[in-house]
Design a protein around this ligand. Structure first.
Ligand code: PDD
Length: 278
């Protein structure tokens, strides 16, 4: 597979970055993930806008205009023949002797690559997944898509060891989001509930699209925090992300949600999102 690194296209397994890269030493960088469906990017402007915002929040200059980033994304999709999958991109503050404050006159490191992945016919989309709740131990600026993902790695590993496929992170009794996804419930009186955007969670691009599509289809929506107890009592639950679209959640902490199978509104929203993505 071909990657892009600092102006060059090269085989991914030959791409090299210095051990002094601030991404390696400090996790001083930002990343973004866009889906590819039928060979084209999905909702990419939303991802590029979030990429630009995240970079700005950590005072990292754009390595290239976003229009150029999009050209590289498309070039990688073509070169790698990606039909379904994701484009990953990350910018770090660059290579410099180790010191905390920002180095001067250093060029940011821009890395981009693609991964093929089954999204539409993913088995978990049919079966739904199991979620495990965990304390959200992350920092206070989760709205920034930082490459510092240790808390998510630990949460998702704990979920994995418990036989679950996603972590639902919880702060002060309220669910913040998934380990790498936004989370939603559908109450017994058919209201779609998700936590409002704030510094406590990443503003999901798929989340944003789903809220707009749900409103269009006259599905009742409430943006408000919800507790684990309310989620356990919900009729349906699901998570969203660029790489998994809408994925049903059928158990939380081994308790069945609704009848323990993917719910009708979840399935409908998945279909609506797929139509939007096509
Ligand atoms: N994760 N919340 C977190 C913490 C995430 O890492 C992600 C995405 C989302 C969903 O955002 P979006 O719908 O824009 O993908 C929410 C990506 C896919 C990842 O880390 O691979």
């Amino acid at each position: 597979s071909i990657a892009y690194l600092n102006g060059e296209y090269l085989p991914l397994d030959e791409a090299r970055v210095s051990v002094l890269d601030r991404g390696f030493l400090f996790a001083d960088g930002i990343y973004e993930v866009s889906a590819v469906l039928d060979g084209h990017l999905v909702d990419n402007q939303s991802h590029l806008a979030r990429f630009e915002r995240s970079l700005g929040e950590i005072f990292l200059p754009l390595p290239a205009p976003m229009s150029r980033v999009e050209e590289i994304e498309k070039e990688l999709i073509t070169r790698n023949g990606v039909k379904e999958g994701v484009v990953y991109m990350q910018v770090t503050r660059g290579v410099a002797p180790r010191d905390f404050h920002f180095p001067e006159n250093v060029k940011p490191t821009l890395l981009m690559f693609t991964q093929a992945k089954t999204i539409i016919d993913s088995p978990t989309a049919k079966s739904g997944i199991k979620a495990k709740t965990l304390e959200d131990i992350r920092w206070a600026r989760r709205d920034i898509k930082s490459i510092a993902l240790l808390a998510q790695v630990l949460a998702k590993q704990a979920a994995h060891e418990a036989g679950c496929q996603e972590a639902w992170m919880v702060e002060d009794g309220f669910v913040t989001e998934g380990g790498s996804s936004s989370v939603f419930i559908i109450t017994k009186n058919n209201v779609l509930v998700t936590r409002p955007n704030s510094h406590a969670l990443l503003p999901g691009c798929t989340r944003k699209a789903i809220l707009a599509l749900a409103a269009e289809k006259n599905i009742r929506v409430e943006e408000r925090p919800f507790t684990v107890a309310e989620a356990l009592d919900a009729a349906e639950a699901f998570f969203t992300s660029a790489s998994a679209f809408v994925t049903p959640v059928v158990t939380i902490d081994d308790q069945a949600i609704g009848d323990g199978t993917p719910g009708p509104t979840t399935k409908r929203l998945r279909e609506i999102y797929i139509d939007f993505a096509r």
